[in-house]
Write a protein that binds this ligand. Structure first.
Ligand SMILES: [Ca+2]
Ligand SMILES: [Ca+2]
Length: 519
């Protein structure tokens, strides 16, 4: 791999490093990356350490600092461009890599008139019909922090947030201050609140519902990056966050942990990322971690770290199950999945909501589906969860796993049906179903219920309750095994949007199903 300067662009920021754009060419193609100017990451075997450090110091590097295992960050005065650094080292037979910059994968979006279509697209509403479960699964959102006072997020969050913040001492040593913040948290980017809403906005009648009921552990790795909100973090910072998760979230208290990274940058995976990622997977004997990463928004090849071995890269789809125009794709997707990423309605800071676009929002959908599967099946190993979600995804594009959609667009209902063997063996048609679900009063007029033949009997009734258990109305009989309801209470008044429960009871048995009602 050769590095050379194509054009220089310096971005001033509040800490002392400068960002440089460099062109990287591999055997296949060339592309621009952003990296910290004058810094390189070098892997130095222990037996060669003194010799290599000596060489580095003789070539203009004033600091060589161990950052992870046998990886070192070498810093020159920033007048030494990254590509020159690489060249000098290559001449000396030392493999070096740029300290790359990663950014969140958000695209500004114009509001559009739709709702949380992504929930029905992945069959979340039908999936939620399955029995509630209480096993803790944590989604670690490695992002720009979260607005912990958002009414749709507060109770989904742990009471602490981890901040990975750059710090440079008076001797010019770079390091990361890692500290806990307590409620209410600060946040460096709105992006983290948007991603968190998709993972787990609270399922109630207010605002939106996230895909899962997972607990969210928020990380702010963009703290201190540019104040205008176009945050970034270097590879060093990402490594520190991953190391923190491995060392601190392996405790049983957090249950299984899914690491969501809706960020990245162009280029191949490098040995430092590979090493940190494989350490996470190898860390615990009970395989309690999964890493899910957005594929990126350049309509080009899959970004890194999404292309690193072991992580689940996620491309974006739209309402019509087509690849979103901005979504990255490529051979790394053969290990990945796709999920809605266009027109995603989610939480933004200040108790507000907005439509957003990007693979940034596809990854948390996959993280959330995996979290739900894992909380139902806590005995599953990580690879069993990954396998199940892949095998139950809706195959799109070319037959089988492909470079655009990976194993397909996630289907939460199919994933759930698969693990509920008692249901899948009976076939879903025989179950007590609400249809259509979600139920839009304005366009659907009635929601229909089909009751299992085995429990249909005389003197039966189907009652609608709200989520707090308050009786709302009786559904009307419609045919032999069906009922309909028009969304009105017993006084003929339309009810408020939100989740409801239908309860059927006869002398032969009873059944319960949940559904979502929208205006
Ligand atoms: Ca809500
Ligand atoms: Ca396919």
């Amino acid at each position: 791999m050769k590095f050379f300067i194509l054009g220089l662009m310096f971005v001033q920021n509040i800490f002392s490093f400068e960002i440089e754009k460099i062109s990287v060419s591999s055997a296949k193609s060339s592309y621009m990356i952003e990296a910290v100017k004058g810094e390189i990451i070098v892997q130095i075997p222990d037996e060669k350490r003194d010799e290599v450090v000596q060489k580095l110091k003789g070539s203009g590097y004033f600091s060589v600092e161990k950052i992870y295992k046998d990886f070192y960050l070498a810093r020159s005065k920033s007048s030494l461009a990254t590509s020159n650094s690489m060249n000098i080292l290559e001449k000396n037979g030392i493999k070096a890599y740029p300290n790359r910059i990663f950014r969140p994968f958000l695209i500004p979006n114009d509001p559009d008139i739709s709702n949380q279509y992504y929930l029905s697209n992945i069959n979340a509403f039908s999936a939620w019909d399955f029995e509630e479960h209480k096993t803790t699964v944590t989604v670690a959102v490695v992002d720009g922090g979260v607005d912990s006072t958002h009414m749709d997020l507060t109770s989904a969050l742990y009471s602490t947030q981890v901040v990975v913040a750059e710090s440079i001492d008076r001797y010019d040593n770079r390091s990361f201050k890692i500290f806990n913040e307590y409620f209410p948290f600060s946040y460096s980017l709105d992006h983290g609140t948007m991603v968190s809403g998709v993972v787990g906005a609270i399922r109630n009648t207010e605002g939106i519902s996230g895909v899962s009921t997972a607990k969210i552990y928020s990380f702010d790795v963009f703290r201190g990056s540019s104040p205008e909100g176009t945050g970034y973090v270097d590879e060093y910072g990402i490594i520190k966050a991953l190391e923190y998760i491995k060392d601190n979230l392996s405790d049983d208290y957090y249950g299984k942990v899914i690491i969501n990274m809706s960020l990245g940058g162009p280029g191949d995976c490098d040995p430092l990322l590979e090493s940190a990622i494989s350490d996470i997977y190898n860390y615990s004997s009970n395989s309690k971690f999964i890493i899910v990463v957005s594929a990126g928004n350049d309509a080009g090849d899959v970004s890194t770290p999404a292309n690193c071995a072991g992580v689940i890269p996620v491309s974006a789809t739209d309402e019509g199950d087509n690849l979103s125009s901005f979504s990255n794709y490529g051979s790394a997707m053969l290990n990945g999945l796709s999920a809605p990423g266009s027109n995603i309605y989610t939480t933004v800071p200040g108790n507000d909501y907005s439509y957003v676009d990007g693979t940034s929002f596809s990854a948390p959908i996959v993280s959330a589906v995996m979290a739900e599967v894992w909380s139902k099946k806590p005995d599953y190993k990580n690879y069993e969860v990954i396998d199940l979600v892949k095998r139950t995804a809706k195959d799109l594009g070319d037959d089988g796993p492909d470079k655009k959609y990976g194993w397909g667009r996630v289907d939460m209902y199919k994933a759930f049906s698969y693990i509920e063997s008692d249901l899948s063996s009976k076939g879903v048609n025989k179950d007590f179903l609400a249809w259509p679900n979600p139920f839009y009063i304005s366009k659907d007029v009635y929601i229909k219920f089909s009751v299992k033949k085995s429990i249909i009997y005389t003197d039966d009734k189907l009652m609608i309750y709200d989520f707090n258990g308050n009786f709302i109305a009786y559904a009307k009989r419609d045919g032999e095994s069906g009922f309909i309801w028009d969304g009105k209470n017993q006084d003929g008044v339309l009810v408020v949007p939100g989740p409801y429960v239908a309860y059927y009871k006869s002398d032969k048995g009873h059944a319960k199903t949940k559904f979502m009602l929208f205006r």
